[in-house]
Design a protein around this ligand. Structure first.
Ligand code: NAP
Length: 224
């Protein structure tokens, strides 16, 4: 049986991903921060994780490792949008955003790399908001907004690239994936797709073996 580890399964895209992988027969390890996630399935285990705390990251990674299970797919999904309506960088929000969206996932992944199987896949949930190429070119609904979030996702994309190069020898694929503009607490009601549709797209990429180090939306390659 294959095992997937997904961060942030309490709601939104993470919750839909958890359900999708359970439906597809995976063993699912999920993490929750403030949300309460009942272990509703015999193939589901939930771990506490605060990506802003190195102590919590270390404890969560140790708990995952102590299960003795090897991870086939790691999905770094959890994230925050701390910017509100401002278009300038509020430094306290930038620190918080980088902690949760970038440094936390990097720390978590690095602690778990040795538990990922050869042939495995690490997926960093990114966003077109983190694309240098697309920034300010009109593709975004919010060209001037969310500077902290955009900076964090650009960093995530570079982590994908650097880790992909490093893990190529171990046959571990590393991808950045844009889920689509999704109706969640983060994406809002106006968004284009449901969390289930986003999860279907991410699942297809996760179980395929795309060229490592890519940035994907469904089957399409996005510009960095
Ligand atoms: N929605 C969109 O349109 C959209 C578009 C592009 C990319 N994305 C990306 O997709 C991913 C999921 O977003 P979403 O829309 O599903 O957001 P969401 O509904 O707001 O869910 C965010 C998840 O992140 C977790 N989280 C928040 N702070 C955390 C922390 N300090 N430590 C650990 N986990 C924490 C939450 O856990 P708790 O509930 O347990 O606190 C929750 O499960 C994010 O990486 C986001 O940037 C979303």
């Amino acid at each position: 049986m294959k095992t997937v580890l997904i961060t942030g399964v309490s709601k939104g895209i993470g919750r839909a991903l958890m359900q999708k992988f359970l439906d597809e027969g995976f063993d699912v390890m999920g993490t929750a921060y403030s949300g309460d996630v009942p272990e509703i399935h015999e193939r589901l285990s939930i771990f506490d994780l605060d990506l802003a705390s190195s102590q919590s990251i270390a404890a969560c990674a140790d708990s995952v490792i102590s299960t003795g299970k090897k991870i086939d797919i790691l999905i770094n999904n959890a994230g925050i949008l701390a910017d509100e309506d401002e278009t300038t960088v509020v430094v306290d929000k930038l620190r918080r955003t980088l902690d949760v969206n970038l440094i936390g996932p990097v720390d978590f992944t690095e602690r778990l790399v040795s538990s990922i199987v050869s042939g495995g896949h690490i997926i960093n949930i990114s966003s077109t908001a983190g694309s240098l190429e697309l920034a300010g070119k009109g593709e975004s609904h919010f060209p001037l907004h969310y500077p902290c979030y955009k900076i964090s996702k650009a960093g995530v994309n570079m982590y994908t690239r650097t880790l992909a190069l490093r893990l190529k020898k171990d046959d571990i694929t590393v991808s950045s994936v844009h889920p689509g503009w999704t109706k969640t607490d983060m994406g809002g009601e106006e968004a284009d797709i449901t969390p289930e549709e986003a999860a279907d797209g991410i699942y297809s990429i996760a179980v395929s073996k795309p060229e490592t180090g890519g940035f994907w939306f469904r089957g399409e390659r996005l510009p960095w």
